[in-house]
Design a protein around this ligand. Structure first.
Ligand SMILES: O=C(O)CCC(=O)C(=O)O
Ligand SMILES: [Fe+2]
Length: 281
């Protein structure tokens, strides 16, 4: 895993709101990530989050054909847990964002099926239970991500003028421009990637992905990193009903069982991570 970031890559991330890192995983590591994610997704079945019931009666929606989305696979799969709670990933995220520590917000497998719908333009952080201009996501390509099969696109610099207003990922992929008409003239940057490459993107940058116009799969494994010290903003997002009920607006989101500290420059986090591994997944 090439976890070295150059000053140029950090500067480019801060300016544009995203950075693509080619040849991030070695071919052997890519195989390991594929095996872990495929296994975890298979094991999870139709359940999006482990605390959510599957509604057998629910009709499939447009969103079901944007991608197969399985959230927090680290919570029920030890292989994914080992890959995601890797302090080197947390350090990269912290260095890009310019913060001291990073907690895991959530991981998610995002797998575009053959002929999948596009991913409408959106921001990430406004969905989440804290508000931060420094939060960011890692997106690892498990297959080549191309213009044909639904690679990511970014609106460079949009993170700088984003407020915390958002739209949902719906059928009208351009809804975001009703909220942010000032972004209509920005040229979108496609992020084509070979399998094993990755990108980091700011939680407030406008991004989306094309449709999958191929009979093949476009698999990605992603991970949202929350700067240590963020506080609850009143949104439930991935929190269980009990967790949601237990937080008041302004409370620190520092429960290591839900949001483990993946990396910190000064705090002792490694011991806690070791304990997390020792509990067997
Ligand atoms: O993979 C996709 O289609 C969308 C990814 C995305 O929105 C994200 O990683 O935040
Ligand atoms: Fe996103």
């Amino acid at each position: 895993m090439n976890t070295q970031l150059t000053q140029e890559q950090i500067s480019s991330y801060r300016k544009n709101g995203f950075v693509v890192l080619h040849d991030f995983l070695t071919p052997e590591e890519l195989e390991e990530w594929r095996r872990a994610v495929d296994g975890a997704v298979r094991q999870r079945g139709r359940q999006r989050m482990i605390h959510q019931e599957v509604d057998e009666e629910r009709e499939e929606s447009y969103y079901d054909y944007v991608f197969v989305q399985r959230i927090n696979l680290w919570q029920d799969n030890p292989d994914v847990k080992r890959l995601i709670l890797d302090s080197r990933l947390g350090r990269m995220a912290a260095d890009l964002a310019g913060v001291d520590g990073m907690r895991l917000w959530h991981d998610q497998a995002l797998i575009k099926q053959p002929w999948a719908n596009p991913t409408g333009w959106h921001l990430d952080n406004p969905y989440w239970s804290y508000s931060s201009r420094e939060t960011l996501s890692l997106w690892v390509a498990l297959d080549d991500a191309t213009l044909q099969n639904g690679c990511l696109y970014f609106l460079p610099g949009s993170q700088k003028t984003a407020t915390f207003e958002n739209v949902s990922i719906g059928e009208n992929i351009s809804d975001i421009f009703r909220v942010y008409p000032q972004w209509k003239e920005i040229m979108a940057a496609p992020a084509e990637m070979k399998a094993g490459s990755c990108s980091f993107h700011n939680g407030l940058i406008a991004h989306g992905a094309g449709p999958n116009m191929t009979p093949g799969w476009r698999r990605a494994m992603t991970c949202g990193f929350m700067p240590d010290g963020c506080t609850f903003n009143g949104k439930q997002n991935i929190l269980t009903d009990e967790q949601f009920a237990s937080y008041e607006i302004g409370d620190l989101l520092d429960d290591d069982r839900q949001n483990p500290l993946v990396y910190h420059r000064y705090k002792k986090y490694e011991e806690k991570l070791r304990e997390r591994f020792a509990d067997g997944g």
